[in-house]
Ligand binder design. Structure first.
Ligand code: ADP
Ligand code: MG
Length: 139
């Protein structure tokens, strides 16, 4: 029951994030290559969900986590693996109603709970991107 959307520029992805914020909660995992638009989409989501100015939102590539009130943004690109995530005490962010957005969730695939929202961004030539949304429920 997924949805596949298209954006044609970064500003459109930002606007899509602002819209999606209204329906997103709990854990949201964002898959996609470097430059696919994960951070751009997250900026729109966080701005809309918390009122934070987009200019204040940057990807926490070196610190892994940046929190904006009740919204939490992870960038796990440089994480060594699931064990490091647990050592840093981050597992609590995977559960509960607070909004947690994760870039590079592949790094902690074994830790992901049974239910989360999966967003996959794909390059579609030039500035075009596919944005696919699905509710994951592993039984
Ligand atoms: P990621 O976090 O997936 O590595 P970013 O959001 O940081 O990606 O970067 C996406 C880059 O691609 C930005 O430089 C942005 O300006 C550019 N871009 C071009 N078209 C789009 C689009 N449709 N959606 C999002 N970003 C786009
Ligand atoms: Mg990013």
């Amino acid at each position: 029951m997924g949805r596949k959307l298209v954006t044609t520029c970064a500003e459109e992805t930002l606007a899509l994030g602002r819209e999606l914020a209204l329906e997103l909660s709990s854990l949201v995992c964002l898959f996609g290559d470097l430059g696919a638009g994960k951070t751009t989409l997250i900026k729109g989501i966080i701005e809309s969900a918390t009122g934070t100015n987009v200019e204040q939102i940057t990807s926490p590539t070196f610190v892994y986590l940046q929190s904006y009130g009740k919204a939490h943004h992870f960038d796990l690109y440089r994480l060594r693996g699931a064990e490091q995530f647990l050592d840093l005490g981050f597992d609590e962010y995977l559960y509960g109603p607070q909004l947690t957005l994760i870039e590079w969730p592949e790094r902690i695939e074994t830790l992901l709970p049974r239910e989360y929202t999966r967003i996959t961004l794909t390059h579609a030539g030039g500035d075009k991107r596919y944005v696919e949304l699905e509710k994951c429920r592993i039984s």
